[in-house]
Design a protein around this ligand. Structure first.
Ligand code: PMP
Length: 365
């Protein structure tokens, strides 16, 4: 056999359908994509400007360790420069963490459903993985369930908060307790891809716990609130020891010049970030008010998407919306097959979504 049993069995990650593909299939030019939790406001104008200004400089390799970007981010986060490492999207950070800290025969734990990439990467790298189910009905990520699941070979816990695809979160005091109680031989990796959108007081970053807990790593991304998905850049913050190991195992120029430059510009653009977060809060408010009015269930969200209960087969609602040029996500997971996940759009996109969603729900009766 050319590949391992694990690779043979793997199912590739299924991203949301690209907008151009849907437009071609439907013969339209105005499809709306609310499927991949991207920023509907575009990218920061400062990021775009910064990228324009360095286009002619790509004959040189980029900064290997993202020197200038790291300096800027360290200052903003009030963390030492040696406690940050960047990746080609936080997806690459996930891969680095698994390859670096989990040896073959050892395992990662993660809540299920949460981000689908953790088990895919573990399996591809011949590492073991074990899912801790969310609590039924409430979808709660119960930290005691996670701690009880820890076994002899557990090396890394992935905690996604706010959780994709659910939108709920682990309250800060519970995360803190978990970090305090877990053995220091286990890496606790908190995936904060959506944390910028959070509005609840107890839905907040655990960056402040890193100093006391050298086995805690926080992952963040520029793909969501910063609007830079297409550039591919994310980062991890942790103790100098942990980040030092990741620096040993990452590729020399893992983050390209355009991505580094765009991220620097985006960090300068507080206005764009604030507007993106504000647009999201208002969009969520509108969508949830509409669902309340229609008597349709959903999971309250702290992210830039919402999991909506269709009351039937979610894939039918997904299809109905798709036929109307609106791309959302139906996730083939037994716990959420009756749901669709919808990314918050611009006010116009949200209005379109609501109108078409009502139509589809009426039609499906
Ligand atoms: N973590 C979570 C929870 C996500 O939802 C995503 C993107 N969908 C990522 C990480 C990866 O983000 P990126 O690789 O674009 O930085």
């Amino acid at each position: 056999m050319l590949v391992s049993k694990n690779v043979e069995e793997l199912k590739p990650y299924q991203p949301g359908k690209p907008i151009k593909e849907v437009e071609r299939e439907l013969g339209i030019s105005d499809a709306i994509k609310l499927a991949s939790n991207e920023n509907p406001m575009g990218s920061s104008p400062k990021a775009i400007e910064a990228v324009r200004s360095i286009l002619a400089e790509a004959n040189r390799y980029p900064e290997g360790g993202c020197y200038y970007l790291r300096k800027k981010l360290a200052f903003l986060l009030k963390m030492p420069e040696e406690s940050i490492v960047f990746g080609n999207g936080s997806n690459e950070i996930i891969e680095l963490i698994i390859r670096t800290f989990v040896q073959p025969g050892e395992e990662i734990l993660y809540f299920d459903p949460s981000f689908a990439v953790y088990p895919i990467i573990a399996k591809a790298a011949d590492r073991n993985y074990r899912a801790v189910p969310l609590r039924p009905t409430t979808f709660e990520m119960n930290v005691d369930d996670m701690m009880d699941a820890i076994g002899e070979s557990t090396k890394v816990l992935f905690l996604t908060t706010p959780n994709n695809p659910v939108g709920n979160y682990i309250p800060y005091p519970q995360l803190k307790r978990l970090v305090e109680e877990v053995s220091t031989d286990i890496l606790v990796c908190v995936d904060e891809a959506y944390v910028e959108y959070a509005t609840q007081d107890d839905c907040r970053s655990v960056l402040d716990l890193i100093r006391q807990h050298p086995n805690l790593v926080v992952m963040r991304t520029f793909s969501k609130a910063y609007g830079l998905s297409g550039y591919r850049i994310g980062y991890a913050v942790g103790s100098a020891e942990i980040i030092g190991y990741l620096n040993k195992t990452r590729q020399p120029f893992n983050v390209n010049l355009l991505a580094q430059t765009a991220a620097e510009g985006a960090l300068d653009d507080v206005e764009f970030l604030t507007a993106s977060v504000e647009n999201n809060s208002q969009g969520l408010e509108l969508i949830t008010a509409t669902l309340d009015r229609l008597g349709i269930g959903y999971v309250p969200s702290q992210a830039n998407f919402i999991l909506i209960h269709t009351g039937g087969d979610g894939s039918e609602v997904f299809q109905g919306l798709m036929q109307r040029g609106i791309i959302v996500r139906h996730i083939p997971h037994p716990m959420i097959t009756e749901y669709v996940r919808v990314t918050v759009g611009t006010p116009e996109e949200n209005a379109q979504f609501i109108a078409r969603f009502e139509e589809v729900m009426r039609q499906l009766g």
